[in-house]
Write a protein that binds this ligand. Sequence first.
Ligand code: SF4
Ligand code: SF4
Length: 374
Amino acid sequence: MKKLGFGLMRLPLKDPKDQTNIDIEKLSAMADEFIKRGFTYFDTAFPYHQGCSETAFREAVVKRYPRNAYTVADKMPPWQLTSTEDLESTFRVQLERCGVEYFDYYLLHNLGVANLATFEKYGGFDFIKSLKADGRAKTIGFSFHDKPSLLDEILTKYTFFEFVQLQVNYLDWEDPTNESRRCVEVARKHNMPIIVMEPVKGGYLVNLPEEAAAVLKDYNKDASLASWAIRYAAGVPGVFMVLSGMSDTDQMNDNLNTMQDFKPLSDEEKAVLDKTVEAIKSKNTVPCTSCRYCVDTCPSNIAIPSYFSVYNGAKMFGKQFNHYFSFSVLAQSYGKPSDCVECGACMKHCPQRINIIDTLKLVKDEFEKDPPEL
Ligand code: SF4
Ligand code: SF4
């Protein structure tokens, strides 16, 4: 199996303001290209695109290809569970939405302290084992964004898992919050094959500050910024799959070209990435991956990742009129950063452990004080 997986969480939209309005025609064309070039792995999840990623996958792939032309991964959402029975009913909804009778890969979604407790309370571990036994999940694992010590505890206690999905990218490798390197080391200690998520950190590593991008372009003007990140992740020992959320054919072709005949980074290239990391960190941007897990929980309907994106743009390229304009467009449709009531609901869902409350205050200071006339 080729090492690049199609992440179905940032799909092409017909209306950029409506996450459920997926452009199936464009997605089908992307899936065609992906499969034509020998790639097979698709990764979806219950909450992606507010439940519409799974059905979009059914329309673009399942209805158009024989079952042996693709492999599909899906995940059990802990936040849907209020009883043991919810495991089976949620799983059935997922099979139906995707239009399949089994998943090739099935995961417990985002195991961390809180979700671990939920799965233990409702029997999530026994349930995923039963899926393997009855053939409705061929390979079972879990995704993980928490501390290496917790990963070690889980893999020591639950020895039946067959893979683990980790956030790995060159910026998080030595990051004290994400601790990618240490999580990979724990997985390797337990002989766990690794699937990488967020290799480009939700697009963050393809929209680099000028100085950081220049380090990479000076070394190799032809290599795309994404290709550096994908090659880095795919070259980590133990990794058998790298997921990339692709939104258009250009992104897809770039990734396919990178992974068609994958070449790991040389030591010299890794040293270039070390310099890039230094240049990125000097900008103090918000490490938001736009996963949107925080959004639905907000009572003030604040477009959290979109505001962070505007803020990051201003930090990286200097604040310009278009940043104010983007901010004002967002503020017309959603709550403003100053509407945050500091309830903290969003922060319980953020896999990047961003202090969203404090960061929204920075965004407010940047854009809500003395805005220019638009
Ligand atoms: S802390 Fe603020 S941004 Fe977060 S959910 Fe509550 S109101 Fe929304
Ligand atoms: S703030 Fe956190 S949860 Fe929200 S989109 Fe960004 S990374 Fe995801």
